[in-house]
Design a protein around this ligand. Sequence first.
Ligand code: PGA
Length: 262
Amino acid sequence: MRVIIVESPQAVAQCAADLVCQQLRQHPDSVLGLATGSTPVALYQALIQRYRSNQLSLSQTTSFNLDEYVGLPPSHPQSYRHFMEEQLFRHTDIDPGKTHVPDGMSDTEQSASAYEQAISDAGGIDLQILGIGQNGHIGFNEPGSSLSSRTRVKTLTPSTLEANRRFFADDEFQPHLAITMGIGTILDCRQVLLLATGKAKAEAIRRCVEGPLSAACPASSLQLHQHATVLVDADAASGLEHSEYYRWCEEQRQRLGHPSGH
Ligand code: PGA
């Protein structure tokens, strides 16, 4: 696992944008895995800025989002399809026909297996962006999710519902179910890039990077991945026992151009 610690949330966004741009420069037709939530918003703003200054094109890129609420149509302001349109897609040259978000409206069993098939038909995901929940979830794989799970419906935990309540009006319906890529789906991606900022994520990051591999912390499954990068700010890194070592590895990497392993 590569752990990159930078000083601020802004630096996380810029560094993440560098890694995404590097991938797209090398392979403009890459398949990107995208995430919703507050954390990737600054990354998407950085990508939009780079698109506007002609440093980036998404015209050949395909995308697959991690998850979607069950029961919210794509046009619903709280749906993750709507979020992606607003936060990224409509501000870039990505082909709308090549963007995919799980379908939480039709027969979910069928749409889950169709989603897996679509990912496979696209050749698999080259680079998957992830956030992390305070409870260690990735996508909506809540604690206890099978480490080999595929796209399916999950029941959200009360803590996740509480964390996301801020997006919904007081009297607005908040779905308790979501359709999400599984942990097995995420582990199949060729590279994963997990982003986290702020003290509230410090314990989840500690468990993800240094805790035991356990379904109790779904993000710890990334310890099994050969090309996983965890990119955090100093606050989110504050629970890491070996943070000095991770910083030192990155210094070596930059000084020597040395491709430090994952
Ligand atoms: P956040 O959500 O970026 O809004 O903190 C992350 C997640 O729950 O995966």
